[in-house]
Design a protein around this ligand. Structure first.
Ligand code: HEM
Length: 496
């Protein structure tokens, strides 16, 4: 009956409770409008832990970075899969991927680690290097003729280049069995298919936050049809017609076919989930990195110098005669300045949230105190609080390209708060057991993108005084935020 939808009372030993004003939505509206401000305000009022009633769920926010570790240690009371599994099924429309529910016995997390890290990563990097150059040079050739300037939105550009090359890297190229068609028209057809997939991806991605919040996809007609079309493109019968599928996709197809009872469309939707995970954060992260570089000439000089010197020691020369640059994993790993720049851009734009669901009533022990948590409550971290903490990062809203470099020019790992060294100071990829399995690949692909841009193009903002776009808060909690508006830039092929 109606009162079951009502608020609950705080019990002894529980964190301070914020019910919000609306019976069902609770704090959702205020939280949604600007989570960072909302959480800072509640932190001031209640201290380092408090409970928010958000859209029918009770979420305990831990805001003290020294508590993060305590949370990780008490993992046995907390479930990280339940929330992820349920969210994925809801958003992408496949059946439950929780082995406990009997549709599949695949351990997805294990599959991702196996195919995105270790030796598998070398192959991904190699394919991405090739595909990025194909996309930047061949696929955009008509635009680039005669070394004239091309003006475009920077976000649009990053979106097209990363989506097209990332898509080719994971899902391979269309089979070239049909000999009577000439190569370039085949490439054009392929490109049209991928750009079409990009349009569907964007249409679907727009409403992703609403799906995570629990709204049914039927409310969004065009996004629903976009998701179905992405699914159709990734049906196994279409994937088998492609060349150079990644190990990730090959293995996932095999496991779908052998360990699951999913129907064809559900199998395809598990691939849509992988496509989304591989692109949704990478695209804005690439945009922010390049944007901050274009706004900071000193950072740009340091970055281009590093790339040049790595290319020189790899004895790679840059030319436009069709011979592509190749940099392997080891060479890319030797770019501490780019690492620092990418980290700094993500520090400023990431708003991921870490969720754990309480498996049972238990007592959460923090450093100096403890709290009772009820079964099915959520314990959450919001690392943007950490990323924007002026005690940890002086002048936190300013881009400083060398913030993650030490005096020796190597990776800086010592960050302090109240004089105490932090174990967790940088968390765009989450932390603990559910940490992003694609994080190494993500950083490599952004580095590759930058190295190639610097090598082949002259590039500049149309208006060098353009204001930094604000962060679009509609995706807060879900990863890297998108810019709220695009920024014009221009580029042209270098005369090599
Ligand atoms: C999960 C961030 C790129 C594959 C996640 C999570 C975050 C994240 C925060 C959730 C972790 C948690 O809940 O604690 C990012 C960021 C990226 C990026 C910031 C780029 C800048 C990628 C790429 C791939 C990928 C390129 C694959 C090619 C995945 C997968 C999961 C995941 C498969 C789900 C893991 C699981 O549930 O087992 N990512 N990611 N990510 N990411 Fe990424």
């Amino acid at each position: 009956s109606w009162f079951l939808l009502g608020r609950r009372r705080r019990r002894q030993g529980e964190p301070p409770l914020e019910n919000g004003f609306l019976p069902y939505l609770g704090c959702a509206l205020k939280f949604g409008a600007n989570p960072l401000e909302f959480l800072k305000e509640k932190q001031k009022k209640h201290g380092h832990i408090f409970t928010c009633h958000v859209a029918g769920k009770y979420i305990h926010f831990l805001t003290d970075p020294f508590s993060y570790h305590a949370l990780m240690r008490q993992g046995k009371h907390l479930d990280w899969k339940k929330f992820h599994f349920a969210t994925s099924a809801k958003a992408f429309g496949h059946g439950s991927i929780d082995p406990a529910e009997g549709n599949t016995t695949e351990n997805f997390h294990q599959t991702f680690i196996r195919t995105l890290q270790g030796n598998a990563l070398d192959a991904l990097i190699e394919a991405m290097m090739e595909n990025l150059q194909y996309v930047m040079l061949q696929s955009r050739a008509p635009k680039l003729q005669s070394h004239t300037w091309v003006t475009e939105g920077l976000y649009t550009f990053c979106c097209q280049v990363m989506f097209e090359s990332g898509f080719l890297t994971l899902f391979g190229k269309e089979f070239n069995s049909n000999n009577d068609k000439n190569l370039s028209s085949k490439q054009e057809t392929e490109r049209a298919h991928i750009l079409n997939a990009l349009e569907n991806f964007k249409e679907f991605d727009k409403i992703f936050p609403a799906l995570v919040a629990g709204l049914p996809i039927h409310l969004f007609k065009s996004a629903h049809s976009a998701r179905e079309k992405l699914g159709e493109a990734l049906l196994h019968k279409n994937l088998v017609k492609r060349d150079n599928l990644s190990e990730l996709v090959t293995l996932r197809m095999f496991l779908n076919d052998t360990l699951s009872t999913f129907d064809d469309m559900e199998k395809a939707k598990t691939h849509v989930a992988v496509l989304w995970a591989s692109q949704a954060n990478t695209i804005p992260a690439t945009f922010w990195t390049l944007f901050y570089l274009l706004k900071n000439p000193e950072a740009m000089r340091a970055a281009t110098k590093e790339v040049r010197s790595v290319l020189e020691s790899a004895e790679e020369s840059v030319s436009l005669d069709g011979k592509h640059i190749s940099l392997n994993r080891k060479q890319l790993d030797n770019m501490p300045i780019l690492d620092s720049i990418i980290k700094e851009a993500m520090r400023l734009s990431s708003a991921s949230m870490t969720f754990r669901v309480a498996k049972e009533d238990f007592t959460l022990h923090l450093e100096n105190d403890f709290y009772n948590i009820r079964k099915d409550d959520i314990v959450a971290l919001y690392p943007q609080l950490l990323h924007f903490d002026p005690e940890i990062y002086a002048d936190p809203l300013t881009f400083k390209y060398d913030r993650f470099l030490n005096e020796k020019g190597e990776e800086k790992t010592d960050f302090y708060r109240h004089g105490r060294r932090l174990k967790h100071y940088y968390m765009p990829f989450g932390t603990g057991i559910a940490k992003c399995p694609g994080r190494l690949f993500a950083v490599h692909e952004i580095k590759q993108f930058l190295a190639l841009i610097f090598s082949y193009f002259e590039i500049e903002l149309v208006d060098s005084n353009v204001k930094c776009p604000s962060l679009d808060q509609s995706r807060a909690g879900l990863g890297i935020l998108q810019p709220s508006n695009d920024v014009d830039f221009r580029y042209r092929l270098k005369c090599l």
